[in-house]
Design a protein around this ligand. Structure first.
Ligand code: GTP
Length: 193
């Protein structure tokens, strides 16, 4: 049915290693939090999300953590950009380095796709740890970063299930907002040459 095709959305979750990308996605799709750390290679999850009365069939791609700022190729490959409707960029509020990576990853996606802007939510994870004076990134900083890149932002705790569903609602909102017409977003505007 053509209507079904229109509602499919593909979301990529990117960010530094160990910031909580898998935990965010697993809390959202499976309602559980895993305390142990298992580095991700690549994982795909599906979930229906109801947003503004419309059901979206979402595929959420959990990626391997980006390791090194100078390693151009560790940051992105075509799988993380082609056919993706929206991006969730995750840093940990307890890690300044992971926050610094966000602009780098954002710029990589923009360059890779040849677009001026992308539907994107910047996520500050692990706020349950920020009480213990281990916060390294303030909310005002991510607010400024999001404003500069015309992105949405939010702080979350996968552990306590705080704002987890909101991340994906915001991402759908960004996808709809940055889609110029009422037609299907052009998810494949990135071309492989
Ligand atoms: N306290 C707390 N710990 C968290 C939270 N989210 C994730 N963690 C922990 O942080 C560690 C890394 O979490 P992952 O979800 O595996 O991180 P990741 O970004 O997917 O890691 P890579 O696969 O290496 O990219 C794990 O030990 C998690 O239990 C959170 O909201 N609060």
């Amino acid at each position: 049915m053509p209507g079904d095709i229109l509602k499919k959305r593909k979301i990529a979750v990117l960010g530094s290693r160990s910031v909580g990308k898998s935990s965010l996605v697993i809390q959202f799709t499976e309602n559980q939090f895993i305390e142990s750390y298992y580095p991700t290679i690549e994982n795909s999850f599906t979930k229906s999300i109801s947003y503004k009365g419309v059901d979206y069939d979402c595929e959420i791609m959990d990626t391997a953590g980006q390791v090194c700022i100078r390693d151009e190729y560790s940051i992105l490959n075509s799988k993380h950009a082609i056919g993706i409707h929206g991006f969730v960029l995750v840093y940990s509020v307890t890690s300044r380095n992971s926050f610094d990576m966000i602009q780098i990853i954002y710029d990589k996606i923009i360059n890779f796709c040849g677009m001026k802007e992308i539907p994107c939510v910047i996520v500050g994870s692990k706020i349950d740890l920020s009480q213990r004076s281990s916060r390294q990134v303030q909310a005002t900083e991510v607010e400024d970063l999001a404003k500069a890149n015309r992105a949405a932002w939010i702080e979350t705790s996968a552990k306590n299930n705080v704002n987890v569903a909101k991340v994906f609602e915001l991402c759908l909102a960004e996808i709809e907002r940055k889609t110029p017409t009422k037609a299907e977003p052009q998810a494949s505007r990135c071309l492989v040459m």
